[in-house]
Design a protein around this ligand. Structure first.
Ligand SMILES: [Mg+2]
Ligand SMILES: [Zn+2]
Length: 164
């Protein structure tokens, strides 16, 4: 059902993607966080898929937990720099920069945006004025699915999509 980009464009106005484990390889065991552009291994098929959605009029954005900022491992400026690298890979294919919705809080802050809470997704819906029923969230963790369920969005695991 989700193998064809066309189907996704027909069914959804907005596609929200998780970052680590979807757009780029998840950090390796023990490393835990992407702390610089050098750590970033972007999946070119996913980038092409995103640009394909955009060129058919689809809206796209990212919802990502980045506790590394709350921990002081990187600054929000450095996080933006990493996101700039992802956006450059989209721009060179003629796409539009992704809007990034990032939770930078610590778990113990108990914020409303850290997935599995739905805050980031709800923020994205408001930003684009799109209804939950016209939105798909693509993630790689159960916490992504729980957040999607709480925001009443459809969800699919990235490994169930053929990004070709
Ligand atoms: Mg992930
Ligand atoms: Zn948060």
């Amino acid at each position: 059902m989700f193998t064809l980009q066309d189907n996704i464009n027909e069914r959804y106005d907005l596609v929200i993607l998780d970052r680590d484990g979807v757009i780029n390889l998840a950090p390796e065991e023990g490393e835990r966080y992407i702390l610089s552009p050098e750590d970033l291994h972007i999946d070119p098929l996913v980038i092409r898929f995103i640009v394909g959605l955009q060129k058919k009029g689809g809206l796209t954005c990212v919802a990502t937990n980045q506790q590394c900022v709350g921990k002081g491992l990187i600054t929000t400026g450095q996080l933006s720099e990493i996101h700039g690298v992802i956006n450059n890979s989209i721009l060179v294919l003629g796409g539009k920069p992704l809007e990034f919705f990032s939770c930078t809080h610590l778990i113990k802050e108990d914020c409303l945006c850290r997935k599995p809470k739905p805050g980031l997704l709800i923020e994205a819906l408001k930003f684009f004025s799109v209804s939950p029923s016209k939105t798909l969230f693509i993630g790689d963790q159960m916490s992504d699915k729980i957040a999607a369920d709480l925001a009443n969005l459809e969800f699919v695991f990235a490994d169930r999509i053929d990004f070709n």
